[in-house]
Design a protein around this ligand. Structure first.
Ligand code: NAI
Ligand SMILES: NCC(=O)COP(=O)(O)O
Length: 338
């Protein structure tokens, strides 16, 4: 089995906690890996480390190929200069070209096989929107960069729970309007394929959430279960997916209920993300399914309120790096069928 090349880690918003969790993740992983190269401004990373009193020597490298050799001793950085100096907690749309450039370069490295996968530090969506960024978040941007034919699917995974929202970054009102049987089926199929290919779960059990209290109470509290969700479950089952439900959303995340499925297919963003972040904010990882490359990310955001203080927990980033490396190793071992 050929070892997968180092991972490409993006800078995220340089005013957020991405820099310091990158430094801390390197310190945790330098001995045992997985190795990664970060696309960032080495001067700002060195300044951040110095300001925090952390001993993180930096190596400017030309590509992931050089990262593995230096990783045990120095943090490998592929240089991207920031247009304006980063101030912790104060995001500046002027730095958007570097933030987005890091994502574009990381994707190119993964597509060419030079990087084993892409791991992204958190971006500030509102700041990027102010600079003209036209995508809701990484998930949709990565779909466009890699030319996927269908919108990618967002999976949040932790050892305690895996969840997928059918609708992602839209208002709750719009999410309800967007829900359809076809979209639930499409997302469920992508989830089943992602669990097989990325996680080695051959026959995944997928619990499908209801939308309304008590999953509609036989239609008395809403008819979306009968009209949209039940037909979707039947269609998924007809396609060989072990999907079941709709389950009442308020009880489907108890420990006992979680033991009965490999992933929960949820109908909107917070129905999926509240349970996983409440259960395991530090161990949760965001995985994008349906891309030709591997992409993971910590489950949290930029945390501007604590940026630059050195108190941010790097555990979710470390988990994201480890999961990306595991998925890359699985791909190397089991190449996709032609
Ligand atoms: N993958 C990505 O790029 C993501 C980006 N975001 C973006 O992050 C920005 C802020 O979002 P929020 O909703 O405030 O969520 P957030 O995750 O940044 O912060 C929520 C709370 O958790 C704390 N927190 C987050 N990460 C932490 C860590 N590693 N260690 C210790 N405490 C931590 C924060 O201090 C805050 O109290 C938004 O612009 C959002 O779009 C949010 C989630 C994912
Ligand atoms: N709430 C999850 C989140 O914001 C992650 O979005 P993305 O940037 O990974 O698409």
């Amino acid at each position: 089995m050929t070892p997968a090349p180092p991972l490409a880690l993006t800078m995220g918003d340089p005013a957020g906690i991405g820099g310091e969790i990158t430094l801390a993740a390197w310190a945790r992983l330098r001995a045992a890996g997985p190795a990664f190269v970060v696309l960032d401004d080495p001067r700002r990373l060195a300044g951040l480390a110095a300001g925090l009193g952390w001993d993180v020597p930096i190596a400017e490298v030309g590509g992931p190929e050089e990262a593995a050799a230096v990783f045990a001793d120095r943090l490998p950085v592929m240089t991207l200069r920031l247009p304006v100096p980063a101030v912790p907690g104060r995001p500046d749309p002027a730095n958007a070209p570097a933030v987005l450039g890091a994502i574009e370069r990381a994707v190119a490295l993964a597509q060419s096989g030079r990087a084993g996968g892409v791991v992204t530090n958190p971006i500030s969506k509102a700041t990027l929107y102010r600079s003209g960024f036209a995508f809701p978040g990484h998930t949709e941007f990565l779909g466009a960069l890699t030319g996927t034919s269908a919108p990618p699917v967002m999976l949040l995974a932790s050892p305690m729970l895996r969840v997928v929202p059918v609708t992602i970054h839209v208002s709750l009102r719009r999410a309800l309007d967007m829900l359809s049987t076809a979209e639930i089926v499409r997302t469920g199929l992508a989830l089943a394929a992602g669990l097989r290919e990325g996680f080695g779960i051959d026959a995944p059990r997928i619990a499908v959430a209801g939308l309304n209290p008590h999953a509609g109470e036989e239609g008395a509290m809403g008819d979306e279960e009968g009209v949209l969700v039940v037909p979707a479950i039947e269609a998924l089952r007809a396609r060989g997916v072990d999907a079941f439900g709709p389950l009442p959303p308020d009880t489907m995340f108890t420990a006992r209920a979680r033991a009965g499925y490999d992933a929960a297919l949820c109908l909107y963003h917070d129905q999926a993300l509240i349970p996983i972040k409440t259960l395991d904010m530090d161990g949760g990882v965001n995985v994008t399914l349906g891309l030709p490359i591997i992409r993971t990310s910590p489950d949290h955001g930029t945390a501007f309120g604590i940026a630059g203080q050195g108190v941010a927990d790097p555990s979710s980033l470390v988990a994201a790096l480890r999961l990306a490396a595991e998925m890359a190793a699985r791909r190397t071992k089991e190449p996709a069928a032609p």
